[in-house]
Design a protein around this ligand. Sequence first.
Ligand SMILES: Cc1cc2nc3c(=O)[nH]c(=O)nc-3n(C[C@H](O)[C@H](O)[C@H](O)COP(=O)(O)OP(=O)(O)OC[C@H]3O[C@@H](n4cnc5c(N)ncnc54)[C@H](O)[C@@H]3O)c2cc1C
Length: 318
Amino acid sequence: MVPQPAEESLLEGLKGLPGLKVKLNEPLAPYTSIKIGGPVDYFLEVADRVSLSRTLELLHRHAVPFCLLGKGSNVLVSDRGVRGAVLRLGREFNQAIWTEKNGAVVALVGAAYSVSRLVREAARRGYSGLEFAEGIPGSVGGALVMNAGAHGSEIERIVDRVEGVTARGETVGLRRGQMLFTYRSSNLPPGTIVTRVHLRLAKDQAEAVSSRVRELVARRKKSQPSGYPNSGSMFRNPPGDFAGRLIEAAGLKGKRIGRAEISERHGNFILNLGGAKAEEVRGLMEMARAEVRARFGVELEPEVRLLGEWPEENKSEA
Ligand SMILES: Cc1cc2nc3c(=O)[nH]c(=O)nc-3n(C[C@H](O)[C@H](O)[C@H](O)COP(=O)(O)OP(=O)(O)OC[C@H]3O[C@@H](n4cnc5c(N)ncnc54)[C@H](O)[C@@H]3O)c2cc1C
């Protein structure tokens, strides 16, 4: 959507902000792991905390809705795209500072830092606690917001403190005791953008940490599909069961709508076989929910976050 005259002052304001890159009508598919999604009106990449706060203040003054995109590995963006702004964190948020004192290790990690890179770096230094996160293809901010986990562990176990900003651009800090982590959620106040996370790790032998990482990589390779773009698990596991098991038991592995397919390998993964539409992925999700509900009386809840404009019945969570 090209900005109308009334919006020009917003655009001028955005373009005048140092440390901010502005793109108009930017397609979002390339910024997601499943490679699906229409354009956003304003795609804004902020280089540092000052530009982040100023951008948020400006968006607030103009009543422009926004959402934050990390590495896009747990989102499904609608084919119609996103109205308003999508923010991405740039340079300053892509750094990690490691400190070690009396056997205690603290990593101060920018929210845009890649989880895989962090796991590799911790292993190289002989720091333990992050092994479970190998293979989670998101950013540290996304992992914190989603309380990402695997192999019986979650990021909440190693989080000490979170730095962020409110939707109006004010700085906030949350200590561990002030946060409420639950399964695949950190329940942060709505609109909070995570800018930096303080992680507490333990000193260990580099070879021991690397060997545990290798073992978990091998486990992941056995169970997860590879080759086609996807968003990881589409549904949360219901209490005491697995969404993938239920979808498989409902006979839905391999089902296709258009160019989207429920993986033959893992029922909780939907693959983009090339050129799939968000609507096709939504269609498979609805099919899985309806079948699992009808056969087993279980209501599957999406884990993936829906962003953007959807037909009325599929309203966005963004
Ligand atoms: C192949 C594959 C395997 C996966 N395996 C796992 C797994 O084992 N365990 C697991 O838990 N997940 C897994 N995932 C899902 C995903 O990688 C995680 O949820 C990850 O933590 C999301 O991070 P992201 O940066 O990609 O977030 P995005 O997908 O970009 O965003 C997810 C949500 O977090 C919000 N968000 C992101 N960054 C910030 C921030 N800095 N501040 C505020 N809000 C923010 C977004 O607005 C959005 O609502 C997998 C995904 C794939 C594709």
